[in-house]
Ligand binder design. Structure first.
Ligand SMILES: [Zn+2]
Length: 346
């Protein structure tokens, strides 16, 4: 398992926006709990994981790098990133909740109206009157000119990788549907339909899964026939149009088939060199940062870019030396010593 596969935030039982103070106290609590002196042999692996997680997240630059790499992992199809799955599940749950809230509201409306209706249910005369009214409306309906449903347009956001490879996406649209209680007849059991308030239609969220073809161009429109608003009086349903938006994440950019991104390194890493686990479209690649590397130095990972029409680009990684804000007194002291040594060298 590579560094970016592990969820350090989960290991330390914190949110991804945790402050450094909160992080420190979460780490101390867990380190005490799983310390081999307390938890014994069984705690050793967990304890190591906690230390590894804290070493990365407590260093501002390393944390930033970790976040960037994990962000990019989300775009890497070959990776089964637990956080991504979790986020997807969360989004699904939210959508589901929304659906249930709407259902619940409709149900409440129905009960409310039913109660009102039953109090009105006092004479046959009224029913006869309503029946008469119903048939009147029916005649009226038959003479109505057909109305076509409106088209619906919505954005669907995909990554560059998805644009090249093609992808299936589920969109959640709000469209006019036939009322399932009165089946569009506006009346149910002789009364104005309580679910649709006698309109015959309801606005409903609907999930539609769409196959986006490979090599799709930005802002392409995909037409899904008849998935727009409901047509009335025999009119045709509208269509659904998806506007394809290709995301350009700020952490990495695309230049033709090359994938570019900038990764932060710490001053000691810049001087001494390090290896960084870089996720590419083909999986993980260990990138060696040479000793005495300057900010802005570019590394080219040949053949690790995007592939389109049989051609493959490179991945170009720019390293950027970043100085953490949260240096300890001891670190500052060591930097002072370094400065003094440097003076001697000159
Ligand atoms: Zn209805």
């Amino acid at each position: 398992m590579s560094q970016s596969d592990k969820n350090y935030y989960e290991i330390l039982e914190v949110e991804s926006d945790v402050s450094s103070d909160e992080l420190k106290s979460a780490y101390r609590k867990l380190a005490r709990k799983y310390h081999p002196d307390i938890a014994g042999e069984a705690g050793v692996e967990k304890f190591k994981e906690i230390i590894e997680a804290y070493e990365t997240l407590s260093d501002e630059t390393k944390r930033k790098r970790y976040d960037i790499l994990r962000g990019i992992f989300k775009y890497n199809k070959s990776t089964t990133d637990r956080t991504t799955q979790k986020e997807a599940q969360k989004a699904y749950r939210q959508a589901k909740n929304q659906e249930e809230i709407i259902k619940e509201a409709n149900k409440n409306k129905q009960t409310e109206q039913k109660q009102q209706s039953s109090s009105q249910d006092f004479s046959n005369i009224l029913n006869e009157f309503l029946d008469g009214f119903k048939s009147q409306t029916k005649t009226k309906k038959e003479t109505h000119k057909s109305i076509n449903g409106d088209n619906i347009t919505t954005d669907v956001v995909i990554t560059m990788l998805e644009a090249i490879n093609g992808v299936s996406k589920t969109v959640n649209i709000l469209s006019t549907q036939e009322c399932s209680n009165c089946h569009g007849r506006k009346f149910a059991n002789g009364y104005t339909c309580p679910v649709c308030d006698g309109t015959g239609t309801v606005s409903q969220h609907k999930k539609i899964t769409v196959k986006i073809p490979a090599n799709v161009k930005p802002n392409s429109k995909i037409r899904i026939p008849s998935e727009g608003n409901l047509g009335l009086y025999g009119g045709k349903n509208g269509d659904l149009y998806l506007n394809v938006v290709i995301e350009n994440n700020s952490n990495f950019k695309y230049e033709d088939l090359n994938v570019l991104f900038t990764i932060p390194i710490t001053p000691p890493e810049a001087v001494l060199g390090t290896t960084i686990n870089v996720p590419t479209t083909n999986g993980n690649v260990l990138m060696k940062v040479m000793p005495k590397t300057s900010s802005g130095q570019k590394y080219r990972l040949a053949g690790q870019g995007l592939t389109r029409d049989g051609k493959t680009g490179d991945m170009i990684v720019t390293v950027n030396i970043e100085v953490p804000n949260n240096l300890s007194d001891k670190e500052i002291e060591l930097y002072k010593q370094l400065r003094d040594f440097a003076k001697e060298r000159v």
